[in-house]
Design a protein around this ligand. Sequence first.
Ligand SMILES: [Mg+2]
Length: 196
Amino acid sequence: MLKDQLYLPDVIFNSILEVTPEFLREHGIKGVLCDTDNTLALDNRKDIIPEAAEWVKIMNEAGIKICIMSNSFRVRNMPVVRALGIKYYKTRSHKPHQWYYEPLTEKMGLKHGEVAFLGDQMKTDMVGANRADILSMYVMPYKFETNPFYKDIFRKRRAKERKFFKIYNELHGTQFDFPEHIKAEMYEEDIKECVY
Ligand SMILES: [Mg+2]
């Protein structure tokens, strides 16, 4: 697999609520490794996103296990773990390095192929999942990153992700792109570069 193709998600969702038990069962998935920032919680804040509690409840009722796999620190993740009642979690997980995918799968009592990854960043979440050879599920970031120190890094990362939306759209006949409020934070030349 070419390095860049590791960025490409297996499937893209506009919202975590589109990740249904039916979809997961169709793919033999019994557990989801889940990113925190901009996937389940607001970026760098302890508040969970409005849809997260409902989604976790749906997953619990369906018997689908959730495990938070975050690159941030424990102190950042614990309010989210507690708010959502998440049983399994790994902080400082060093995605996209491969150290924790198998141990976490085992900890959940599941086998390779029964676990998918859900996250909002291709460089960490999708590359990690694709390298681990598990179903890579991309969800649109809830908001553009608010931390001024990371803003420029994320402008570049989101610009690259838009190029992969284009590849994905051509492959699947879809029309995924960032919502307007995300594009509004990006550089205009990066928006123009890929016209959809
Ligand atoms: Mg994230």
